[in-house]
Write a protein that binds this ligand. Structure first.
Ligand SMILES: Cc1cc2nc3c(=O)[nH]c(=O)nc-3n(C[C@H](O)[C@H](O)[C@H](O)COP(=O)(O)OP(=O)(O)OC[C@H]3O[C@@H](n4cnc5c(N)ncnc54)[C@H](O)[C@@H]3O)c2cc1C
Length: 397
């Protein structure tokens, strides 16, 4: 093993697991502390653009991702008021060849299971489930973490503590005293269906569909190697709740879409169960790093999912933090500062794009017509070109 620092990671979600793997690739040992006693298949779809799948492929997870995900042929952007397509952004072979990595849609539980399976095969990684962090002491030479793991008190001493504990992060809130999550005034409803339940015809199984409407939008795509179908409906709302798994009233959802095209309403009527979660963001003032403590993923920058980059930014963070921590020539504080410098600007730009899309996606009337006309005028090439700063990202060697 190299001379890298020891790292305690709080949270074994997408960010924490990816970080542990990226560190192990560089010979750095880590201990993951996950609050849940079992990592169940919670959640629904995640979209992973090439900036993220490139990192996962570098961790040896490309074939595994292909086995559980789907490579959509295009993103079909549609206008709910007119019930027709505005523009179609191709993600097929030419897009993949240009990026050297695919766009993949996947069930969050499948991605987490894939990462967990890889973690279990790495001797450098210890994973403790049912772990509650009780106290953190950030000292000049080390960080000490007192935790209750499966009922027993433990004291772990490491060079670095990483908060990868999601948008409701306790490392950010309780340890760094940097604020709680901020509700966005929007709710996401999500459901999954077996593909057999879908109406015949159409391109449901092969594209990501993005429908734009007044005060709401809808995203759907296939997951689970094409065996299942994921639908997410985002609506302007005032409901606030911390849970991911609240069962929503389907009639309540359908009421939001009463004026939408009949095909869309029929689609929304298909799932037996809809779950909903109140969309929220990390506070904009959340630090990246303080002392020997760093934040990654949603803990630092939980964002609106309107540019489909929450998971991707978490994966990028993991790659960059592992690279910086492996730089044994610099003191740990400098390595962490370099990680923050690498990430701050890029993530702020992505968060701002998501916020802008939240307005643009939910326009109505004349502004919506102007948006659609502008998208048609730009066409697929320029629209995809406008995303290149996100999709074309590559970590430094
Ligand atoms: C249950 C769940 C379901 C989700 N479903 C979707 C979805 O359907 N679609 C979507 O786009 N995004 C979903 N997300 C969010 C998405 O996974 C993240 O935006 C993205 O992947 C960034 O990941 P992250 O690892 O930073 O945070 P998360 O994925 O939120 O992972 C955080 C991890 O930290 C653990 N944790 C939290 N607090 C503590 C603590 N105090 N101590 C120890 N561990 C702790 C959590 O149990 C979790 O495993 C979901 C997240 C969760 C937790």
């Amino acid at each position: 093993m190299s001379e890298g620092p020891t790292v305690v990671i709080v949270g074994a979600g997408i960010a924490g697991l990816a970080l542990a793997l990226a560190l192990a690739e560089r010979g750095i040992a880590s201990h993951l502390l996950e609050r849940a006693t079992r990592l169940e298949e919670v959640g629904a779809g995640l979209q992973l653009s090439p900036n993220a799948t490139r990192v996962l492929a570098g961790l040896g997870l490309g074939p595994g991702l292909d086995a559980v995900g789907v490579r959509p042929a295009a993103i079909a952007i549609r206008d709910a008021a007119a019930g027709r397509e505005i523009v179609r952004l191709p993600l097929g072979p030419a897009f993949e060849a240009a990026h050297g990595a695919p766009y993949v849609v996947v069930h969050r539980g499948d991605l987490q299971a894939l990462l967990l399976d890889a973690v279990a095969r790495r001797p450098e990684i210890t994973l403790s489930l049912g772990a509650v962090v009780d106290r953190v002491e950030d000292g000049a030479d080390a960080v000490a973490v007192e935790a209750t793991i499966a009922g027993a008190r433990r004291r772990l001493v490491a060079d670095v503590l990483v908060g990868a504990d999601g948008v409701w992060s306790r490392v950010r809130g309780d340890v760094l005293r940097a604020g709680g999550a901020v509700y966005s005034g929007r709710t996401a409803w999500r459901a999954t269906l077996p593909v057999e339940a879908l109406p015949a015809g159409g391109d449901f199984g092969s594209v990501t569909g993005l429908w734009l409407g007044a005060k709401a939008h809808l995203v759907h795509y296939p997951i689970r190697a094409g065996r299942a179908f994921n639908i997410v409906a985002a609506v302007d709302d005032t409901w606030a709740d911390e849970r991911w798994n609240v069962v929503g009233d389907r009639d309540d959802l359908i009421r939001h879409f009463a004026d939408w095209p009949a095909d869309v309403r029929r689609l929304l009527e298909l799932p037996e169960t809809w779950r909903k979660w109140a969309l929220c963001a990390a506070p904009p003032t959340a630090p990246w790093v303080r002392g020997r403590i760093a934040l990654i993923g949603d803990a630092q920058h939980g964002m609106l999912p309107f540019v489909a980059q929450g998971g991707a930014m978490a994966i990028e963070d993991a790659a960059v933090l592992a690279r910086r921590l492996a730089d044994t020539g610099a003191p740990v504080a400098d390595r962490l500062a370099a990680y923050a410098d690498d990430r701050r600007r890029r993530v702020a730009d992505v968060v701002a794009t998501a916020r802008r899309n939240a307005t643009v996606y939910h326009l109505a009337g004349l502004p919506a017509l102007a948006r659609n006309a502008a998208m048609r005028l730009m066409g697929p090439k320029r629209l995809l070109g406008g995303m290149e700063w996100i999709y074309g990202w590559r970590d430094a060697a």
